[in-house]
Write a protein that binds this ligand. Structure first.
Ligand SMILES: [Fe+2]
Length: 283
């Protein structure tokens, strides 16, 4: 029987009594969708999955989006990308290992940001390499009134790698040229929960809209300093065969590069979009 067990103070729940590697019932999908809205991050344990099984799991929650970094796509299942810290020769790959390190939400540089990302652990180091998640509803709701009022109705410009202007070599220069900047509200209403959260993030926000550069930088720094408070966070300690599904519309995440570099850290990942009728917001 499906059970939802909260694991983090600020967010996160474990789903028990369900095998994510096999097709779910409509009842299970409904319960998991509700748990996803309530807890923002869901964990399934002890269920090894192939790339095909991960794709089949993800697509039950919405259409899948192919990742912009073509070189990491799985050849047979292009909706799944590999996240690994080793190159083809088995040596530590700093670019691969650095992906996902630094606070962000996936795909927020796109006009329609994805609903969820699902990561499945194939191999994990024996210590370190956790993923930290942060609840951006809480960050918004508890924000000091003066800052909240200032940013409440502001917009921001988003671009892949935002202010850092680096892509770490994962996206081709040609694909990068095709991407255009997008605008989203700084405090965005979630299309399902209808609650507001902080939507800007340190990796993919270029600047605040309609203010001078200096003011934009100062505001973003102030927002990010607030949003990175520990009270909003929960840390996933990975075990092989874990599958974690997280919110990109109301939560931030970051990886940790604190594990022994001679150990393999290998994941499969897929990205889920909003279904038609999920109430996608105009931007
Ligand atoms: Fe990410």
């Amino acid at each position: 029987m499906l059970e939802v067990r909260r694991v983090g103070k600020s967010l996160g729940a474990e789903i028990l009594g369900v095998n994510p590697a096999v097709p779910l019932t409509s009842f299970e999908i409904e319960k998991i969708e509700q748990a996803f809205v309530d807890h923002l991050v869901l964990r399934f344990r002890d269920a090894p999955m192939s790339v095909v099984q991960l794709r089949d799991f993800g697509v039950q929650f919405g259409p899948l989006r192919q990742h912009i970094a073509k070189s990491y796509r799985n050849h047979e299942v292009p909706e799944v990308v590999v996240m690994t810290n080793q190159d083809a020769q088995g040596n530590f790959d700093a670019v691969g290992a650095g992906r996902g390190v630094g606070w962000h939400s996936d795909g927020t540089f796109e006009a329609l940001p994805p609903k969820a990302t699902v990561l499945h652990a194939v191999a994990v180091p024996d210590r370190g390499g956790n993923t930290i998640f942060a609840n951006m509803y809480m960050a918004y709701e508890s924000m000091p009134a003066k800052l909240k009022e200032r940013i409440e109705n502001m917009n921001a410009i988003f671009r892949l790698r935002g202010r850092k202007q680096k892509t770490q070599g994962i996206v081709t220069a040609e694909d990068l040229k095709k991407m255009t900047d997008v605008t989203h509200p700084v405090c965005r209403v979630h299309p399902v929960s209808a609650k507001k959260s902080i939507f800007v993030n340190p990796h993919h926000t270029l600047c605040m809209a309609d203010v001078a550069d200096e003011e934009s930088e100062a505001l973003l720094e102030e927002i990010f300093a607030w949003c990175t408070r520990e009270e909003f966070q929960w840390e996933q300690e990975w075990r092989a065969a874990d599958t974690v599904m997280w919110e990109n519309r109301s939560a931030w995440h970051t990886g940790r590069l604190d594990y022994p570099q001679d150990q393999l850290r290998h994941f499969f990942r897929t990205t889920i979009c909003e279904r038609d009728g999920d109430g996608i917001l105009p931007h």
